[in-house]
Design a protein around this ligand. Structure first.
Ligand SMILES: Nc1nc2c(ncn2[C@@H]2O[C@H](COP(=O)(O)O[C@H]3[C@@H](O)[C@H](n4cnc5c(=O)[nH]c(N)nc54)O[C@@H]3COP(=O)(O)O)[C@@H](O)[C@H]2O)c(=O)[nH]1
Length: 915
């Protein structure tokens, strides 16, 4: 900023000078004004003083004439006349004395040696002179303005001043005294400086027609008198304004002023050279000239500044032009190099084009040359023509959209990039001449041929890959058995719905369904039957749930329903109720017809969870609750249900402590031969007597231990204790130990078992391991291997809980079981359900054929025992015959049984065999 200002220093100085000069000029103008006013005032005062002198002279004349009119001679005459005195004998004498008086008086009024008055006369009321001195002029014109008193008038004809004093007696005009003076008497008072002097004076009558001056007054032409008479009083007027044509010296340099002379009809005209008035004052012209100086300086500075700027611009342009010409020279040489290089490149390009043409034509992959500006097929190779079923010439005239039905949708993928010379890859579809659609992958590269920017599109037929992808995608998101969406798709849809609900609000619900009774069918009727059941139930669900809602299979017999954007939470419960109302579902399994029930757990967003995992977990918790409350019902998740989770954690903690402190005890429940009721062995069952919780049933803590892995430790302890205790019993007696799936699959289990058998010295043949179907279903091959290895150790193997799991009768054939254990629910159900009875009979018949022993557990009544006997069951276990007892009581029980041997008949085969 400062630099820019400093660069303009001439302009700044000019501005400063202008300001300074303007102030000086302003002051000059002001003092010139004051001096002019002073000079003019002096001239006017001088003129007024001169006019006052003349006025005084005239005033004296009035007094003179007035005194005459008052003189006693006239008084006497008038009195005598009034008394009727005759002219001859008296009045004439009076008139003589008046004449004498007039004569005396005239002789007395002398100026510059000359009598002032030419004539003095006493007139009667008719204007007839009664007495007079001086040359007579006859009567005067009447009337006289008596109200005006003594007046001074100008007699044009005789160029004389007339002083008239009317004589009034008793308010009546009785005569007048009039004195006549040559006007030259006044001009004697006027100043005139004819020899080049500047000031001149003249008198002018009111009308301006008469001029009184001491000399010839060419400057006061009577023709101009009117103009002079009209001049404003006591105002200085340039002479040139009044009489431009009159030359008195230089009229342009003269000024005039009119000053009225008191008590007379005359004005004093004074003209003065303006040099005389304003001579000592700076010329206005000079001041005006000087006042032009600042703006001129300013404009000159601006001009200089503009010239400076222009110079700067021109200088900059000069430098720029020099630089450009240098650049131009450099570019010219670069251009000629470029031209040479381009020629070389063009030659190489031509060669490359020829090579490309050959490659393109003979390429095994279909290829098209497309003009991206209009999508026309410029060329294609033989492979492309073959693939599409056209000849090459026909294809050349077509457009891409003629062979690509969705080309328009794909245009955005390739057109603009191709126009900009970019390579792109995209997938689309091509239609053959016969209408067949192929999925294709296109690799498009830009290519310039004959100065045209083209896209070379190489086509790969991916129809098969697409089909496979679709299949894989479907399989990844759907259950292979029922074709329902699987858990993955459920999770995806749930995540989408969660996103929607979070943004726009609203509710959605997850319903978890579990089939009641499925396991029994699966176990007894086999996997194929189970599959039919699952498919039937899936179809039923699909039919019950709206098309726009999602039904998924999430596990074995577990299903889920996703209800999108439900209007209110109750809607989910209504759907659940409608589903339950549609159950139980009848299934026809080739001769056997059964029914399927279900339980439902509901979780609703956002009340029951605000993320997918929580909602699913809570729906599962609610399902668990529904089943725990008796199946065939729905439950919506409630927060207290979560408390059971907290409770579960506390239980886990206590269980760990119990294992640590060896608080887990062994109980043993006796087993008997069904027909003789002779003791055949014991089942080892754990008991946990908690200091505060009391007796915690294994049905509670064993599943928990399985979930948290503690079952490995408990199982080892149970096995070890059972073998150790049983080894001490006499007589030796078989003991069945429950083996959890986790233990079964534990890689160290076989060596653990061997070492326990060895350390406890318990015969392997007396040990029976009870396994459930759960150990088999995951990996049948491995399970079979483990079972065979166990058999090689010499232990017995029983299939526990038969009828409640997934397995069917086929398992009995495939795996080396020694005994199967019919679950207590079958034992209880057979009493009033003919179907269960039939299944039981079939199982027993098949076991017999396979030479398998069958033990039925949960026998509580004589009726149940009787039925089992009737059906040919080999062994029984149940509260009717003996409850689980502490280890400490087993030996006594064993002894009593032996003592009471007759009551129970012969020992069961196993016991016998053990002996
Ligand atoms: N892996 C292990 N599992 C074990 C072990 N100890 C027990 N368990 C399993 O816990 C479940 C419940 O066992 P429990 O409460 O001990 O019940 C057993 C019997 O008391 C009960 N039973 C026997 N007779 C009757 C009867 O007449 N009525 C009736 N209501 N219940 C009766 O049956 C259970 C024995 O079942 P099972 O093993 O299937 O033969 C249970 O599943 C046990 O397996 C262990 O050490 N390891």
């Amino acid at each position: 900023m400062m630099d820019r200002l400093l660069a303009r220093w001439p302009l700044l100085i000019a501005v400063a000078f202008c300001v300074y000069a303007s102030v000086l000029l302003w002051n000059g103008f002001r003092s010139q004004e004051q001096l002019t006013a002073g000079a003019e005032s002096r001239l006017i005062t001088e003129a007024q003083r001169q006019a006052a002198q003349l006025g005084d002279f005239l005033s004296d004349r009035r007094v003179d004439v007035s005194e005459l009119a008052e003189s006693h001679e006239i008084e006497t005459y008038l009195t005598n006349k009034a008394l009727g005195m005759s002219l001859r004998y008296g009045l004439e004498a009076n008139l003589d004395s008046i004449r004498e008086r007039l004569s005396r008086w005239s002789a007395k009024n002398i100026v510059r040696g000359k009598e002032i008055y030419n004539r003095i006369a006493f007139f009667d009321t008719d204007g007839i002179p009664l007495a007079e001195v001086g040359p007579g002029a006859g009567a005067i014109a009447l009337p006289i303005d008596i109200a005006a008193g003594v007046t001074i008038t100008f007699d044009r004809e005789h160029r004389q001043l007339v002083v008239t004093a009317p004589i009034i007696r008793k308010k009546a005009f009785v005569g007048a005294i009039m004195a006549f003076s040559d006007i030259s008497i006044l001009s004697g008072y006027l100043r005139s400086e004819p020899d080049g002097a500047q000031m001149r004076e003249a008198l002018l009558t009111q009308s301006g027609e008469d001029v009184i001056a001491p000399e010839a007054t060419p400057w006061l032409d009577p023709a101009l008198g009117r103009k002079f008479a009209d001049l404003p009083e006591n105002r200085i007027v340039p002479f040139a304004e009044i009489a431009p044509a009159i030359h008195v010296g230089d009229p342009a340099d003269m000024v005039a002023v009119r000053t009225p002379i008191p008590i007379s009809p005359l004005s004093l005209i004074t003209i003065v050279g303006d040099q005389q008035v304003y001579g000592h004052i700076t010329s206005r012209r000079l001041l005006y000239l000087l006042s032009a100086l600042p703006p001129l300086t300013f404009f000159a500075a601006i001009l200089l500044e503009q010239m400076r700027r222009r110079h700067e611009v021109l200088h900059a342009r000069y430098i720029e032009t020099t630089r450009h010409s240098d650049e131009l020279r450099d570019r010219n040489s670069a251009l000629s190099e470029e031209i040479t290089r381009r020629k070389e490149v063009e030659a190489a390009l031509r060669e490359s084009e020829q090579r490309f043409r050959k490659l393109f034509d003979e390429a095994p992959l279909p290829s098209h040359l497309i003009d991206p500006s209009d999508g026309s097929i410029v060329d294609c190779n033989a492979a492309a023509a073959t693939m599409l079923g056209y000849d090459r010439d026909s294809l050349r005239g077509m457009r891409l959209m003629d062979i690509d039905p969705i080309a328009q949708n794909r245009e955005v993928l390739w057109r603009a990039p191709s126009l900009m010379g970019q390579s792109v890859q995209f997938e689309t579809q091509h239609q053959t001449r016969s209408g067949e659609i192929h999925d294709v992958a296109i690799a498009s590269v830009p290519i310039d041929i004959a100065r045209r920017r083209l896209a070379c599109m190489t086509v790969v037929d991916i129809t098969e890959r697409k089909r496979a992808e679709k299949r894989i995608l479907h399989l990844a998101h759907h259950d292979a058995l029922t074709s329902l969406p699987n858990r993955i798709l459920l999770n995806e849809r749930m995540a989408e719905e969660l996103h929607r609900a979070r943004r726009h609000g609203g509710h959605f619900a997850v319903l978890c369904l579990d089939l009641d009774g499925f396991k029994a069918i699966n176990d007894t009727m086999g996997h194929d039957a189970g599959d039919v059941v699952l498919c039937t139930f899936a179809d039923h669900l699909r039919a019950m749930i709206r098309m726009d809602e999602l039904v998924a299979r999430t596990g074995g017999d577990e299903f889920a329903v996703l209800l999108y954007n439900i209007p209110h939470p109750k809607a989910a419960e209504q759907v659940a109720q409608r589903l339950l109302d549609s159950l139980p579902l009848s299934v026809d399994l080739g001769g056997y017809s059964g029914t399927l029930g279900g339980s439902i757990g509901i979780a609703i967003y956002p009340e029951d969870g605000d993320d997918c995992a929580t909602l699913q977990k809570n729906a599962d918790t609610a399902l668990y609750r529904a089943k725990a409350e008796g199946k065939g019902r729905y439950r919506r998740f409630e927060s207290w249900m979560d408390h059971s989770l907290a409770e579960r954690r506390a239980l886990e903690r206590d269980l760990r402590l119990a294992i640590e402190h060896d608080e887990i005890e062994m109980y043993f429940q006796p087993q008997f031969a069904c027909d003789t009721l002779q003791l055949t062995g014991f089942e080892a069952l754990v008991r946990w007597d908690h200091a505060e919780r009391g007796l915690v049933p294994p049905g509670v803590f064993i599943p928990l231990a399985e979930e948290c892995g503690l079952i490995i430790q408990i199982g080892r302890m149970v096995l070890e204790k059972s073998c150790r205790l049983a080894a001490a019993w006499r007589p030796r007696c078989p003991v069945a130990v429950n083996l959890s799936p986790l233990q079964f699959r534990d890689s160290g289990f076989l060596s653990l078992l061997s070492s326990i058998l060895e350390s406890t010295d318990f015969p392997a043949s007396l040990l029976e391991l009870e396994v459930t179907e759960g150990v088999l279903i995951k990996d049948e091959e491995q399970a079979l291997g483990t079972l065979r290895a166990l058999k090689e150790l010499g232990v017995q193997i029983a299939l526990d809980d038969f009828g409640t799991g997934y397995s069917g009768l086929s398992y009995l054939r495939s795996f080396p079981f020694d005994r199967i254990k019919i679950d207590k629910c079958f034992v209880h159900a057979q009493e009033h359900d003919a179907g269960t009875q039939t299944i039981l009979e079939a199982v027993l018949a098949m076991s017999k054929r396979l030479n398998l022993r069958v033990i039925a557990e949960g026998v509580e009544t004589e009726e149940q025992l009787a039925m089992l006997r009737m059906q040919g069951c080999s062994e029984v276990q149940g509260f009717l015959l003996g409850r689980p007892m502490p280890a400490s009581e087993v030996q006594a029980f064993l002894m009593s049984t032996m003592d009471d041997g007759e009551r129970y008949g012969q020992p069961a085969p196993a016991l016998v065999a053990a002996k």
